[in-house]
Design a protein around this ligand. Structure first.
Ligand SMILES: Cc1cc2nc3c(=O)[nH]c(=O)nc-3n(C[C@H](O)[C@H](O)[C@H](O)COP(=O)(O)OP(=O)(O)OC[C@H]3O[C@@H](n4cnc5c(N)ncnc54)[C@H](O)[C@@H]3O)c2cc1C
Length: 469
């Protein structure tokens, strides 16, 4: 009889638990928090007050691990939006043409996503959860983890396991737990652009259609000024969420006036004009200190029986929107590795190396951009420099109006294509040639979306035909 303990019942923990359940006899999730019965906020998930996009790569991984889950999400009101077909987007270098690519996002509240995933994981009894259980430390030795010590209202308890998976999120104490077992300190890479999120929920104005596109305005690195951006996204139950974000020195304010002003100053007042028609549905919430940070467990002689997954292993600046999708892809890798021979010696090092590969791709994507923001603090040598910044700007400028370029860029960003998709001769040639059409004005970009209808005082043209050329 084999037993796995999963520490933390967030998205990574729940998906890891389901990945284990095919191979391990007993899978128990230990969660410090208590889970609500409905898709509502919980204390252990403070980031749930902010917008969460699930990339196509994450959608596909979740559906492979838990077939039917994505349909349940859509049935509960989640939206699918093509990139950039489905949402008015301004990239780092300009407004985007409404081009149909292979990339898409799934949009719903984090609370709904976690609620449905949790229900799916727990539905057949193969995974059980113990709530209000805080994990204090690991047991075992530097060569083998044998379980954990927990604390509940009734005192401390030692639990035995053949495999322990740490999914306790950004605040994971695994580095200290491992040094207590005699391992050296794990190396931690940090690139910190000082990102702050400020968000608010809204009731959409009456008459808003289900195909409301939303607006995404990205930060522009490499200008010497702080990066600032915003995303107004349609959610389930006729709600919108607006998240404003800024890097060090350009943090969005969290008072009513400042919030609306920051939205208004993002290249065009469209977001401010839209929320002026909507009804606030909650307070303005702030989340500070969100660096890119990855822990290099794959470089340690990690003890058998211990794996680190999700934000506990690598947590990135959320403007890149990859955290949950990466967690889902890592859980899928865990399932696949277990399918190839079950629990076995050295398995965990192999799994951790695979997790590091997946995390590494997302890390490069995030830090390539974040290193171009001013006053960035990093303990690793940053790649690139001025030439790389110029090349990134050219990719972004060309991608605004070139399908092949933007298809590759969003394919990589949505975690369905490898980085090499942006290195092919055809891609590089297109980027060197540069944009073949003039940049769109904000008005032209907005006019591509008749779905805004009369929510805006300024107009949209008739619905354009899909541009796949
Ligand atoms: C402002 C913001 C916006 C974001 N937007 C996006 C986005 O658009 N797209 C995206 O993909 N990602 C986004 N992210 C990142 C995303 O939230 C994380 O990648 C994701 O939550 C990682 O899941 P996780 O399960 O690893 O950690 P978490 O979701 O943080 O879960 C950790 C769990 O462990 C529990 N726990 C902690 N310590 C213990 C303990 N000692 N014992 C027992 N239980 C414990 C916690 O209660 C919690 O339930 C955003 C993050 C932030 C901060």
């Amino acid at each position: 009889m084999t037993r796995a303990l999963v520490l933390g019942g967030g998205l990574a923990g729940m998906l890891a638990a389901t990945a284990l359940a095919d191979t391990v006899d007993s899978v128990v999730v230990l969660e410090r928090d208590t889970f609500p019965d409905a898709p509502v906020p919980r204390r252990g998930l403070p980031q749930g007050h902010h917008s969460h996009i699930l990339m196509r790569g994450g959608v596909e991984a979740i559906d492979e691990l838990l077939p039917g889950t994505v349909d349940l999400l859509y049935a509960a009101g989640a939206k699918k939006r093509g990139l950039p077909w489905g949402a008015l987007a301004r990239g780092p270098e300009g407004w985007m043409e409404r081009i149909d690519t292979d990339a898409y996002l799934l949009l719903c509240s984090r609370d709904l996503l976690d609620h449905i995933v949790r229900r799916q994981v727990l539905r057949d009894g193969r995974v059980t959860v113990r709530e209000a259980v805080k994990v204090l430390e690991l047991t075992g030795s530097a060569s083998r983890v044998t379980g954990v010590v927990t604390e509940t209202g009734e005192g401390q308890e030692r639990l035995h396991a053949d495999l322990v998976v740490d999914a306790t999120g950004r605040g994971s104490n695994a580095p200290a737990w491992l040094t207590a077992l005699g391992l050296p300190q794990v190396r931690e890479d940090v690139v910190d652009a000082g990102i702050t999120y400020v968000s608010r929920w809204f009731e959409a104005p009456p008459g808003t259609k289900d195909d409301f596109p939303g607006v995404m305005i990205q930060m522009t690195p490499g200008t010497g000024k702080p990066g600032q951006g915003a995303g107004l996204l349609p959610m389930e139950d006729g709600r919108w969420i607006l998240s404003l974000f800024g890097s060090r020195g350009g943090e969005p304010p969290n008072d009513e006036d400042g919030f609306a002003r920051f939205a208004r100053e993002r290249h065009h007042p469209i977001i401010a004009d839209l929320i002026a028609r909507a009804t606030p549905a909650g307070p303005i919430r702030t989340y500070r200190n969100i660096p890119d940070r990855r822990r290099r467990y794959e470089k340690l002689a990690l003890p058998d029986g211990f794996v680190v997954i999700g934000d506990a292993a690598s947590a990135l600046n959320p403007v890149h929107g990859t955290g949950m999708s990466v967690a889902a892809q890592c859980a899928r890798l865990l399932r696949d590795e277990l399918a190839g021979g079950g629990l076995r010696p050295k398995l965990t090092r192999r799994v951790q190396a695979g997790i590091a590969r997946i995390n590494g791709g997302a890390w490069r994507l995030a830090t390539n951009t974040d290193q171009g923001l001013p006053a960035v603090r990093a303990n690793v040598r940053l790649q690139g420099g001025a030439l790389a910044d110029r090349m990134a700007a050219r990719v972004a400028r060309t991608g605004c109006r070139d399908r092949d370029v933007i298809n590759a860029v969003f394919g990589v960003a949505s975690l369905v294509k490898p980085m090499t998709a942006m290195m092919s001769p055809a891609f590089l040639l297109a980027v060197l040639r540069g944009p073949r059409k003039p940049a769109l004005t904000a008005e032209q970009a907005i006019a591509q979306f008749p779905e805004f209808g009369d929510l805006l005082p300024y107009g949209a043209s008739d619905r354009p035909t899909r541009n796949t050329a």
